[in-house]
Design a binder for this molecule. Structure first.
Ligand SMILES: [Ca+2]
Length: 162
C-alpha cells in the first residue's frame, strides 16, 4: 500500500506600513491579511521579533482578529522614545512567513502651563510697554495676548519650550 502525503504550502502575510506612536499610548489595532492554501487560518500562530525590546517589549504586542483578517496592537511603555523594527512571523508549523515595519515612539505631549504670569506695570499714556510670561509644555507653544478680555491681533509669538 502506498500512502501519499499531501504537500504543505507556506502561509503568506501582507505588509504593514511604518507607524509613529506616542509613548504610553496604544497604537492600532493595525489591520493585515494572512493566507495559507492548505492550513486552517485559525491554526496558524504568530511570534514577534523586536529590534529594541526596551522600546517595545514583545509582551506589549497583541494580535486580534480571526481567519484572514488579523490585527496587531502595540502598547509602547512610558519613558522610552526612538525607533525600532517590529517583525511579525507567521507559521503553519513547517513554513514561516514574515513582514517587518518600523515603529517610531515619540514623547508624550505635555500640556502648556504658565509658570510665571506677566506683571502689572504702570506707564505714561502713549509709552511702549513690554510684558513677558514664562511657560512650559510640549513645543510648539504660541501666545495670544488679550486686553480687557479681547484678543490683541498680530501678537502671536512662537517660543521654544522652557
Ligand atoms: Ca500550509
Amino acid at each position: 500500500m502506498l500512502t501519499v502525503k499531501e504537500a504543505n504550502d507556506p502561509p503568506t502575510i501582507s505588509g504593514l506600513g511604518d507607524i509613529t506612536a506616542q509613548e504610553g499610548t496604544i497604537a492600532g489595532p493595525l489591520p493585515f491579511i494572512i493566507n495559507d492554501p492548505d492550513t486552517d487560518l485559525n491554526e496558524l500562530s504568530f511570534t514577534t521579533e523586536v529590534g529594541n525590546p526596551n522600546l517595545i517589549p514583545e509582551t506589549n504586542i497583541k494580535f486580534g482578529g480571526n481567519g484572514a483578517n488579523r490585527t496587531v496592537t502595540i502598547m509602547p511603555p512610558l519613558g522610552q522614545t526612538g525607533t525600532t523594527t517590529v517583525r511579525i512571523l507567521l507559521t503553519d508549523g513547517q513554513f514561516i512567513a514574515s513582514t517587518g515595519f518600523s515603529v517610531t515612539i515619540t514623547a508624550a505631549l505635555i500640556p502648556p502651563q504658565i509658570s510665571q504670569q506677566p506683571l502689572s506695570q504702570t506707564i505714561s499714556p502713549g509709552a511702549a510697554v513690554t510684558f513677558s510670561v514664562i511657560a512650559s509644555g510640549s513645543a510648539p507653544l504660541s501666545y495670544q495676548w488679550q486686553r480687557n478680555g479681547v484678543n490683541l491681533v498680530q501678537r502671536f509669538i512662537n517660543v521654544s519650550t522652557c
